[in-house]
Design a protein around this ligand. Structure first.
Ligand code: AP5
Length: 191
């Protein structure tokens, strides 16, 4: 199996790049943000809970997100591998994922971190807000809150993957194709 964590701040291109990478390596795209938005659209109990956090740009509690990931992995048994997009986002989630994959005799091969500067992130998300109805793109204050939460609660898990020799930073600016090429060069070394 090939399991990749695609990491980076809001707007760094995790979703965009994941869509390209799954095609090249025949992986499942496990985006916790997409699963939660789907739950919100369907007004499930998880969606109703998650909306309270996501509308403010805050993290959904670990226990709810972790259970959701377990369910998703169970539904996608016997696959070539996964690209984890938006997960893990806390130290707890990173440790949980390591243990869960170990129980299944597999592991994360590499964590690809997209690096994009703050002003470009805000610009991309404001642009997207004109085309989609994501509630967390609507106000600059919420976008800034998401970036702050990334810096405070999520970026520290880079250390977790550094210790495992799996951390790989990538310049996340340029054309989408240029970035895909940079990412594939890294994945090919770890697969
Ligand atoms: P999530 O859906 O994961 O959102 P995010 O991390 O805020 O990231 P985005 O989807 O905004 O950006 P992205 O990096 O995927 O970039 P994209 O490719 O879309 O999470 C949303 C919320 O769900 C969280 O805030 C939290 O509340 C909750 N949540 C999710 N997972 C959780 C977890 N594990 N634990 C707890 N809570 C969780 O690109 C952005 C824009 O830029 C697009 O318009 C795109 O077209 C454009 N773009 C992409 N690449 C380029 C490029 N190279 N040049 C120019 N523009 C580009």
């Amino acid at each position: 199996m090939l399991n990749i964590v695609i990491f980076g701040p809001p707007g760094s291109g995790k979703g965009t790049q994941s869509k390209n990478i799954i095609k090249k390596y025949n992986l499942i795209h496990l985006s916790t943000g997409d699963i939660l938005r789907n739950a919100i659209a369907k007004k499930t109990p998880l969606g109703i809970l998650a909306k309270r956090y996501m509308d403010k740009g805050e993290l959904v509690p670990d226990k709810d997100v972790i259970q959701m990931v377990i369910n998703n992995l169970d539904e996608n048994n016997d696959q070539n591998g996964f690209i984890f997009d938006g997960f893990p986002r806390t130290q707890n989630q990173a440790e949980f994922l390591k243990n869960l994959l170990k129980e299944r005799n597999t592991k994360i091969n590499v964590m690809v971190t997209l690096e994009v500067n703050h002003d470009e992130l805000v610009k991309r998300l404001i642009n997207r807000s004109k085309e989609t109805d994501r509630s967390d793109d609507k106000k600059v204050s919420i976008i800034e809150n998401r970036i702050n939460i990334y810096n405070k609660q999520t970026a520290p898990i880079i250390e977790f993957y550094k210790k495992e020799n799996k951390y790989q930073p990538v310049d996340g600016t340029g054309t989408v194709d240029e970035i895909v090429e940079r990412i594939c060069k890294i994945i090919n070394k770890y697969k």
